[in-house]
Every structure is written in C-alpha cells, then in structure tokens.
Ligand binder design. Structure first.
Ligand SMILES: NC(=O)c1ccc[n+]([C@@H]2O[C@H](COP(=O)([O-])OP(=O)(O)OC[C@H]3O[C@@H](n4cnc5c(N)ncnc54)[C@H](OP(=O)(O)O)[C@@H]3O)[C@@H](O)[C@H]2O)c1
Length: 301
C-alpha cells in the first residue's frame, strides 16, 4: 500500500507518499481503508524531531486520527464488521490502510472528513474536563480556547452548565464569543484581565503550553484545579495530564453525535489531498489555521 512517511526528522518537506507494508489488525484492533485523516500538533512535533532522542533509524508513518471503512477485524473484537464506517485513533494512519486501537461508528450525517477531525481533540477535551470542577455555575478559564482542543472543550463545558472565559489571539476573539465563552486576549497580564471579568475562578486549563500555568494557579488559588496538556516543564505546580493516562475515548463518540445533530460546532480549517501533507503540516504549525486540517485519502474522503 502507499503511505505518507518520513525517512528523517525535519521540516514538512520530509513527508512523502511511499510504499509501505500493509498493517494487520491485532487483538482489539480494526483496520480501515482510510478516507480521511487529520493533522494534530503531535504529528508536527514527532515529524520535526522535537521529541526524538536521536536520529530516525527507519521510515516512520504519520497521523493519529482517521476515518474510513473497516476492511479487517482483529481477534477479540466484537460489535463491528467489515464495511462499517468508523473513526478513531491509531498511529501512521495517513495511509491507504490504517489500524485503529480506539474507534466508534461514524454517525449518520457526519462525513469521513468531519469524523477524522475529532478523535484526539475530543478525547483530550473530555479528559481535561473530567479533571476540572464540574458543578454547574463553576467558572473555568481556558487558555487556548480557539484551538482544536479548546473549541470542543469550551462547548462541552457550556453544555454542562459551566461558565467559560477563554483566551485567543485578537483575530479569534469573535470565534470564542460565538462558541458561548467570554473571550480575553492571551499573554502577560492575564490575571488582571480575567479579574476584571469574574470575581472568582473555580478551575483552569492550559491548552497552549505558552507558560500561563503559574498565572492560572494564581487565578484559581489551587494548583489541584489547574490542568495543563502542553506544558510538561514542571515549572509550576499545576496538575499535568499526560497524553496516555486516563484516556476517555467515550467523548469521541459523544462529540460526533453532537456534531451530527448540529448541537456542537466542529471547526475545519480546510481539506487537502493527502499528497499535500507537507502543506497541511506547514499550515498546522503556522498557528494561522482556524479549526482542524483534514487530508483526504483515495476517493472515499
Ligand atoms: N497531553 C495531551 O494529551 C495532548 C492532547 C492533545 C493536544 N495536546 C497539545 O495541546 C496543545 C493544543 O492542541 P490543539 O490541537 O488545540 O492545538 P491548536 O489547534 O494549534 O491550538 C493552539 C491554541 O493555542 C493558542 N495559542 C497560541 N499562542 C498562544 C499563547 N502565546 N498563549 C496562549 N495561547 C496561545 C491558539 O490561539 P490562536 O489560534 O487564537 O492564536 C490556540 O487556541 C498542543 O501543544 C498539543 O500538542 C496535548
């Protein structure tokens, strides 16, 4: 089969469509004929080598989130059949065939493009919300409310009766307001700006990793109610959720149903052919995208 892979770490141009071994679904997995795959910040960090401890030893695929049609069901898997439309998470999914370890049916009314945009950001939003105060009326500050994780987290929090103050760049203040949160600019002085809007803050999420965790702890007054998903420097005493502990894939299906029902807005920046994977990575790391970037694979996207 063909897959987008890279043979060395580097800039987006290391991404190439090449021949690759077709993966097999192992126990608890399904394999799909991929229709669409989305780009996450993690894909960019992995490809650049920012997370590597040494040179790449063999070609590596890219992509964590995909949607497509099941073409192989692994051992010990029930409730899904060849031919079903599913979306979910795996590794090296930007390929003609991909193995998913976590998946859910694509609801009627949702395209493969929309479904492929969801897994990582929906799972992360649900996991972070699960670590924050959840009493209706609680006030949350979300740093990075305009991003892939943030736009979903904001909407889920509001549905649960929480109030949200969300940070964004100047150009995305209106987006945050449209989603139902109170927007504020991010950056230095955040404590004062939030205090001008709210007499107290019950919990906060750092979804950006730009060093706000200390200010968020100051606002909440309790480091145990501040969650970061992007600052693992340990420079503050904020609660840290790792990418692998306590995953909540149920949120992926919940969000897909809400999007299909028109009750949650899923932002898609653009759809490109998978031959434009390098351009998609460039757009992701530019910080200019509004919503997810999705690559269509073959004719099924
Ligand atoms: N630990 C985990 O499990 C996990 C899971 C998923 C993602 N992540 C990480 O979480 C981060 C967010 O992911 P994402 O998919 O939401 O990324 P994204 O779509 O690129 O969103 C990034 C967000 O950060 C904001 N931002 C940019 N510069 C900022 C600054 N100086 N101060 C505060 N906010 C700033 C952006 O606002 P504007 O667009 O308005 O500039 C946007 O809201 C990434 O680092 C990603 O790798 C971690």
């Amino acid at each position: 089969m063909r897959a987008v892979r890279y043979h060395e770490y580097g800039n987006p141009d290391v991404l190439r469509i090449t021949d690759a071994p077709t993966p097999e679904a192992g126990p608890g997995q399904v394999r799909i004929a991929v229709g669409a795959a989305s780009v996450n910040r993690m894909d960019v960090k992995l490809r650049s080598g920012a997370m590597a401890s040494g040179p790449l030893r063999k070609p590596r695929g890219t992509g964590l989130d995909a949607a497509g049609v099941v073409d192989q069901v692994g051992p010990e898997v029930t409730g899904v059949q060849v031919g079903d439309r599913v979306f979910g998470a795996g590794s090296a999914v930007l390929a003609e065939r991909a193995v998913l370890s976590s998946w859910a049916p694509v609801p009627d009314g949702l395209s493969l493009t929309q479904a492929a945009a969801l897994p990582t950001v929906a799972e992360t939003a649900g996991r972070v919300l699960g670590l924050l105060p959840d009493q209706p009326g609680s006030v949350l500050v979300v740093d990075g409310a305009s991003g892939g994780v943030g736009t979903i987290l904001v909407q889920l929090a509001l549905r649960r009766g929480l109030a949200v103050i969300g940070t964004a760049s100047a150009g995305k203040q209106e987006l945050v307001r449209r989603l139902g949160a109170t927007p504020v600019p991010y950056g230095p002085g955040l404590v004062e700006r939030v205090r001008a809007l709210a007499s107290h803050v019950d919990g906060a999420a750092d979804l950006a990793g730009h060093g706000s965790a200390g200010e968020l702890v100051e606002l909440v007054g309790d480091a145990g109610k501040v969650v970061t998903i992007a600052d693992f420097s340990g420079s503050t005493e904020a609660v840290v959720t790792s990418g692998s502990e306590g995953r909540s894939w149920d949120t992926m299906a919940e969000v897909a149903d809400l999007v299909a029902a028109g009750e949650l807005e899923l932002l898609i920046d653009g759809e490109l052919d998978w031959s434009e994977a390098a351009e998609a990575h460039r757009r992701c790391e530019s910080g200019q995208a509004t919503g997810k970037i999705v690559l269509t694979v073959g004719a099924a996207g």
